[in-house]
Ligand binder design. Structure first.
Ligand SMILES: [Zn+2]
Length: 86
């Protein structure tokens, strides 16, 4: 599947095509399937993909390209993500 969408914004501020922005539902670092990746202890994150938690679009941080959409497995993982442990 090939995506040619882009979102608005810059590398510090995303505005997803679904209308989500960082101060509403937000975006989280994720892997290529859209699974949320827990932040590292020191707060750094070496990846460059973010998932829109509202619509599941997977966004490349630097180009703002939509590189995919969260699959069902990953959506389930995200819905049950245990933030308490991080
Ligand atoms: Zn979205």
């Amino acid at each position: 599947m090939k995506f040619r969408e882009k979102i608005e914004g810059d590398t510090d501020w995303f505005k997803c095509r679904c209308g989500n922005e960082p101060h509403s539902d937000g975006f989280f670092p994720c892997d290529y399937d859209g699974r949320i990746i827990p932040p590292l202890i020191d707060g750094k994150w070496e990846g460059h993909l973010y998932v829109c938690i509202r619509c599941g679009r997977i966004i490349e941080q630097y180009t703002l390209d939509v590189v995919g959409v969260t699959n069902e497995d990953a959506a389930f993982h995200n819905a049950n993500f245990d933030w308490e442990n991080y």
